[in-house]
Write a protein that binds this ligand. Sequence first.
Ligand SMILES: Nc1ncnc2c1ncn2[C@@H]1O[C@H](COP(=O)(O)OP(=O)(O)OP(=O)(O)O)[C@@H](O)[C@H]1O
Length: 431
Amino acid sequence: MSDEKAVTIPAQADEPRRADREVLLKVTGLQKHFPIKKGLLQRQVGAVHAVDGLDFEVRSGETLGVVGESGCGKSTMGRLITRLLEPTGGKVEFQGKDITHLGVSGMRPLRRDVQMIFQDPYSSLNPRHTIGTIVGAPFKLQGVTPEGGVKKEVQRLLSVVGLNPEHYNRYPHEFSGGQRQRIGIARALALNPKLVVADEPVSALDVSIQAQVVNLLDDLQEELGLTYVIIAHDLSVVRHVSDRIAVMYLGKIVELADRDLLYKSPMHPYTKALMSAVPIPDPRRKNAKSERILLKGDVPSPISPPSGCRFHTRCWKATEVCRTKEPVLVELRTGQQVACHHPENFADQAPQDTVLLAVAKEAAELVADEVLAESAETSAAVAAEVASEQAEPTEPTEPTEPTEPTEPTEPTEPTEPTETAKTEGQESTDK
Ligand SMILES: Nc1ncnc2c1ncn2[C@@H]1O[C@H](COP(=O)(O)OP(=O)(O)OP(=O)(O)O)[C@@H](O)[C@H]1O
């Protein structure tokens, strides 16, 4: 079968800048707390804080990658923004319209514009229906008759995703995993959506097929002008397709950055740990020793998340401020927001707080020495680079970043390389 046929469409010239594009999706303070009920009376005894205050926006035509370990709330976030779940708090706006609490009938017209692709192509397709019925179902549900009829349109969609249109009458079991995911993609595209939320679209697939499906999504985006939110637990999946990446930890975004910035100089220690877990073919690192950061234990329970910075129980940089004060997600560098008191590759945001917590010392034992040394070095080097970049414009004495952090009690010294080097050095010696 024609499963892995790639759809190649030339890249579009002079794309508008991201900032000039329409904000398609805007999420403010988004929360989902699943109640925990007990006893005969089903009284609520607690809640799973699956998503606990997300703020981000997605602009038309861009791809936002969302990554994080299992259980950090990625899927719940995906279901909230597609309104398959009702948020507990916060706001979801689509094209400027508040859709947070729209009911079934209110959501109906929007269902055309927002579609979801699911992780498991085996369970998401009804085995008793032909792929013609499956891909044509959205037309039936929405009462839409495409030009030329449903069959013709379904066959067109099948060929768009690289499947043989002649296989219209076949059943899902006759297809491989990669082909089934293509069927799922064809179904999601049927109504010509604006936003597609793909929840781990390739993680159930064989590694050899993953790249083909990711490339297909990429090609379709260019051809159809789609906007994606792609959820993955693995940074390698989102690396090549995302414009920006949000890193989630225990229901929160800890870092949200332009893809290149994130890979070049991750700021949150959690991002750095996630990245070090993925072998990245980087020629500059080919002679480097193993830089793996092993994270201690599992993600803590979202029923009672840790105080302050939720990552402090596993972070090798955690100090008292991390335990007591929740860091705010702020734009420390243009295009890079981070919620951390002691970011990597940047000036310390709480330089006065240098005594490591006991858990941090334990966590540091799992971090390779090279990483700890590199942490100190790169922070100094990047801060120096930032300082020299900022020295180039006409006002060489102006040290401020374009966007000011909103945290008023945390005065930052983003461009002071010696401060970073000193703080990082202090931390290293503290260990
Ligand atoms: N319907 C539900 N009722 C109660 N708790 C839930 C429900 N759905 C998800 N959770 C919990 O919310 C937390 C976040 O789950 P979610 O599936 O969103 O995480 P995830 O990052 O997508 O993980 P995975 O990659 O394993 O799917 C988990 O602790 C999960 O057990």
